[in-house]
Design a protein around this ligand. Structure first.
Ligand code: 5GP
Length: 209
């Protein structure tokens, strides 16, 4: 018998450069939170490690995984394919771990459909001008890619209404604590907790469940 509760699934999305990756890295590893490792067909960036940052795959391998039903969701983002390995996520949740998917909005909406209990958090930049500065500053993308990403940003933000929570990432520390606050509040939802909480008081009083 399982003596722990199933973990919760969080989706963190937002426009490129909004800082979702940094926020996820800051909260993962603590408070029973694990980050899911996605599969992608894009090339590794300098310093990225296979199996840690992503599972890097060829297009054929990726399509094979789709066909076998191994992906919880997948999407094409800026010409590369990205997807969430299903079994790893499900087994973590069953072991009572909370799992974070740092995925794009198309993927987030697929997850919400499949698992309506998932909690979707949208990370917003303080402004489009600041987003541009960040994208230019991080020097990972060419000017053409940056323009493409900025052009896509407003379309992404228009889907905010599909998400459960939003956090504006102005100051990183504040954004991290806002996301932690959401996770903390979700952990205290009464519908999930009502039985174990009442059970604890019943046991204390000597009543059996
Ligand atoms: P990057 O190439 O910068 O690492 O990621 C590009 C975009 O792909 C980001 O918006 C990121 O959140 C998204 N992404 C990463 N992994 C996944 C995934 O497994 N599924 C989906 N749908 N998007 C992903």
């Amino acid at each position: 018998m399982r003596n722990h509760q199933r973990g919760k699934l969080y989706v963190i999305s937002g426009p490129s450069g909004a800082g979702k990756g940094t926020i996820c890295k800051a909260i993962a590893g603590k408070d029973n939170i694990e980050l899911s490792i996605s599969m992608t067909t894009r090339n590794p960036r300098p310093g990225e490690i296979h199996g840690k940052d992503y599972f890097f795959a060829t297009k054929e391998e990726f399509l094979d995984n789709i066909e076998k039903g191994n992906l919880l969701e997948y999407a094409t983002v800026y010409e590369n394919m990205y997807g969430t390995p299903k079994d790893a996520v499900i087994s973590k949740l069953e072991r009572g771990r909370n799992v974070i998917l740092e995925i794009d909005i198309q993927g987030g909406l697929q997850v919400k459909k499949l698992m309506p209990e998932a909690i979707l958090i949208f990370i917003l930049p303080p402004s489009l001008a600041i987003l541009r500065e960040r994208l230019v500053g991080r020097q990972t993308d060419s000017p053409e890619v940056i323009e493409k990403r900025l052009a896509e940003t407003l379309n992404e933000i228009k889907l905010l209404g599909e998400y459960d929570y939003y956090v504006v990432n102005d100051e990183l520390e504040e954004a991290v604590s806002a996301v932690k606050g959401i996770i903390d509040a979700e952990a205290r939802r009464v519908p999930d907790k009502v039985k174990p909480i009442i059970g604890r008081y019943e046991r204390e009083k000597g009543e059996t469940e």
